[in-house]
Design a protein around this ligand. Structure first.
Ligand code: 3SL
Ligand code: MG
Length: 238
């Protein structure tokens, strides 16, 4: 098994994804939101790249069966039902609903992954379940970090490292340098990941916008034991 990690989705192209398990990470906050929504009973989550795509798609579906969610510049999109805070995706709100979501980086990273037929959603909330899944699939792995504004984001890289920490206890694997860097960064701060994550640009940005509770929630390790899978444009629990 060989593991490659990409710091953003921009560097990823279709050929490298074929036949691999692909893990898409946007810990702050899109993949944490998608995972939480599904745990809380959402029927499915449809990631889309653009606001217009989300609105057009919603026009083809029964309005009371769907919720429009997501953000631009980290805040709720005008006319949408929900923002990109996992705390809004509670059971009473999302149960049985189809969620159409568009975010700045996370949903674009997922769409970029779609040339693989084995794509899962990762975040700190489900690192052990994702590692178990990779072990079971026993294929080469590509980890795609969403990144922030086209750059490396500490929150995503720490999550990749946490997954690799669990994976090494299950499967021998070889890896590229960014996977190794992610692993060693995580190992250095595993007793308190916020000691490194607190320096992250995006974490500070959303803290300043008042989303401290989101940061606390999204940095909880293994809160959930689920593996959301992205199949034919839709994320569901399997
Ligand atoms: O970039 C994204 O997809 C978002 O998750 C960013 S934010 O945390 O909602 O600002
Ligand atoms: Mg992010």
């Amino acid at each position: 098994m060989f593991v490659e990690t990409y710091e953003t989705y921009n560097a990823v192209y279709d050929k490298i994804l074929k036949g691999k398990v692909v893990v898409v990470i946007d810990t702050l906050r899109a993949t944490s939101v998608i995972t939480t929504a599904l745990v809380n009973g959402a029927k499915e989550v449809i990631p889309v790249a653009d606001i217009e795509d989300a609105i057009n798609m919603s026009g083809h579906l029964e309005r009371d069966t769907i919720l429009l969610g997501g953000e631009r510049n980290a805040v709720k999109i005008e006319g949408f039902d929900l923002s990109n805070s996992p705390l809004e995706y509670s059971e009473d709100v999302v149960k049985g609903k189809t969620i159409i979501i568009t975010t700045t980086n996370g949903t674009r990273a997922l769409k970029k992954a779609s040339s693989s037929d084995d794509v899962v959603v990762g975040c700190l909330l489900n690192v052990t379940s994702v590692a178990d899944y990779i072990h079971r699939e026993n294929k080469d792995v590509v980890i795609i970090c969403a990144g922030t504004e086209g750059k490396f984001s500490i929150d995503d890289i720490i999550t990749a490292g946490a997954i690799l920490d669990r994976l090494e206890k299950l499967s021998p694997y070889e890896s590229d340098d960014l996977s190794k860097a992610s692993y060693f960064l995580y190992k250095s701060f595993q007793d308190n990941i916020l000691n490194i994550m607190k320096y992250g640009y995006h974490l500070n940005r959303i803290e300043k916008l008042g989303f401290h509770e989101d940061v606390e929630f999204c940095t909880t390790i293994d809160k959930f034991s689920v593996v959301p899978k992205y199949i034919n444009g839709v994320v569901r629990l399997v």
